[in-house]
Write a protein of this length. Sequence first.
Lengths: 400, 211
Amino acid sequence: MSPIEIGAVDRHHLSVARAPGFELTRRRSNRMIAGVAGGLADSLGVSDAYVRAAFITLGTVWGLGALVYLAIWLAAFDRVADRDVEPVGASRAMGLVIAFGGLMLLLGVIGWWPNPAVVLTAGALGFGTAFLADSSKPGPLAAIMDPTVDRPSRTRVIVGVVLLIGGLTVFTTTIGQVFEFGAVFLAIGLTGVGLVVAFGPWVRRLLIDLSEERNERVRQEERAEVAAHLHDSVLQTLALIQRSEDPARMAILARHQESELRDWLFGHAPLDGVDLVSTALKQAAARVEADFQTPVDVVTVGDLPVGERTKAVVAAAAEAMVNAAKHSGADRISLYQEVGEGVLEVFVTDQGKGFDESSVPIDRKGITESIRSRMEKAGGEVEIDSEPGEGTEVVLRLGL
Amino acid sequence: MSIKVYLVDDHRLFLAGVKSELAEEFQVVGTSRDVDTAIEEIRGYRPDVVLVDVHMPDGGGIAVVQRVAETTPDVKFLALSVSDQAEDVIAMIRAGARGYVTKTIEPEELSDAIRRVHAGDAVFSPRLAGFVLDAFAGAIPSDEDPELDQLTAREKDVLRLIARGFAYKQVARKLNISIKTVETHVSSVLRKLQLSNRHELARWASRRRIV
């Protein structure tokens, strides 16, 4: 067995089988506050709930429970992060026990021991709750709060009402006696338990119902929004398609609607108040698709907000797309935009018939000239790469 | 011996359409409309290439790719979807698909893609190429394996040309390299996409969705 394995086994042994020698510990996980009560429960081999009840009971004796808790916490404080259990050294534990005994004795001697009835009722309440909530047995407390209970059984109502009346009685008989904190706690405790026993399931179901109702309302609002949008866009387009005779036109309508629906469904809408170059290019492409019934595949990498100069690039790209749609004869156009280091590039590519720069018809030359002049004004450049039969690519480049 | 193809899609009409388109050239050994049947039949029929839809009930295409890969790793997957959302594309590729095409693809292009995937190459649509460039842009290499976290200059060149709409053949000519070399570059990008543990990939994909 390697040393590492021995270590692992030892640690396991430490945290689980600690039966013979008593060792005070503090838990690092599965804890309420600092894991003191849990650690103590592990050491004593009892359910956490009982130890917590003991701390609460002790707490009614002038906050002694809190003091002891704090003391154990401090004694078990070190900074080893990956340990699940914090051992308290034997001598420290012994010191704690002696100090605790001394403190109790001192309280007795000075006569500060509070009314034993208070301590007893607090103890009874604490341990009673602990018994109900004991996680090692099927939980009666959970059963009391079971929201699936439909109508109150007679016992439930009687027990609840008795507890409620008891609590209220103790409360009214002790009111005015300000120092009888214990009795007030008892009153509140009894009333609370009475209420829980009598109405627990309904309170819980009410809470569940409330949140379900809220969710349902949100769902309905969403559905209404979807319906409104589909009506405005998809249904309109479907109506247009039904009235259209031309298959190409139908295809364009469908394609256009598809991209719009996609943007809406998957939230590709531009940021609020900021127009992006990619969005502007997609819009330009959609216009070309609609006007010339030629699909444009738009791919964008990186992005920029639209400014004066980038606007010129978008306009030039739109002209290049129109040019390709009108003259290339290609059945689709590709538009690729990339924002690289200090440069915006847009490529408008088609696999159409291409052209020889020297034999360009005059109207087409006009368009390419207009693309050039736009880009030059914005401080960018244009490159046109075309050969007959090889398609055309227009490259727009703008330094940023 | 023609390539054995299996189709998974929950839309009956689409399934029928693709099947008839592919029937001439390929041997369509089976189709299914749900994830569990698909996994079972693919394990049994051992097709060469599986065309798989991304969005389906019970885990979708990603579940099919991952679970089949556990038992029958030699089956190759080509994702076919109406969605060209970044997170879908990246998730399918990272699950193990060797390519991703949208359902608007032309039949000839689809046949071409199937052959390419069968040959062990990767199929990148322009959109996927754009996603990859975007995801790897401005990459700060991680300490563990910087080679996996960055694209080489040549790989970027190839992806840019694919994103611009050029076919592999045209890419090869433009870069003065062979088609085989283009395929090698694309396969290498696919490997990086599948193996890179860059957090940026996931973060980038989710950011695109949120915008």
